[in-house]
Design a protein around this ligand. Structure first.
Ligand SMILES: [Fe+2]
Length: 121
């Protein structure tokens, strides 16, 4: 079985034991310890944090997008190879509690998803 698919979304199969390919492509979502409904907060999405992803003309992270758990679109950044690192900061405001999903697209290895719960209070 192939380690990744160009169709659909690639997700980590076993969070306790990531493959090198998963470590390179998983979008890792950083959020404040607590957030409040209706107040803006920063979300940083980094790809290749666990294991550096190549960043060259022939192999790079092309874009990073952020959604909530219901697939409400929150933002997107398009990245240039070589000169842009796959690390993006969004400032968002949620009007109700939701988890986050981040997507990263590698030109060779397709679409990858990372998730993050939020603590509201
Ligand atoms: Fe890749």
């Amino acid at each position: 079985m192939a380690e990744f698919s160009l169709k659909g979304v690639n997700r980590v199969k076993n969070p306790e034991n990531l493959t090198d390919l998963e470590k390179k492509h998983l979008p890792v979502i950083h959020v404040p310890e607590k957030v409040r409904e209706g107040e803006p907060f920063s979300v940083e999405v980094a790809v290749g944090e666990l294991l550096k992803h190549p960043n060259e003309l022939s192999h790079y992270i092309n874009w990073i997008a952020l959604y909530d758990e219901r697939y409400t679109f929150l933002g997107m950044a398009t990245l240039a190879p070589v000169v842009s690192e796959p690390r993006v900061r969004f400032t968002i405001t949620l009007d109700e509690p939701a988890a986050l999903r981040a997507y990263a697209f590698c030109n060779l290895h397709g679409l990858w998803e990372g998730k993050r719960e939020l603590r509201f209070g």
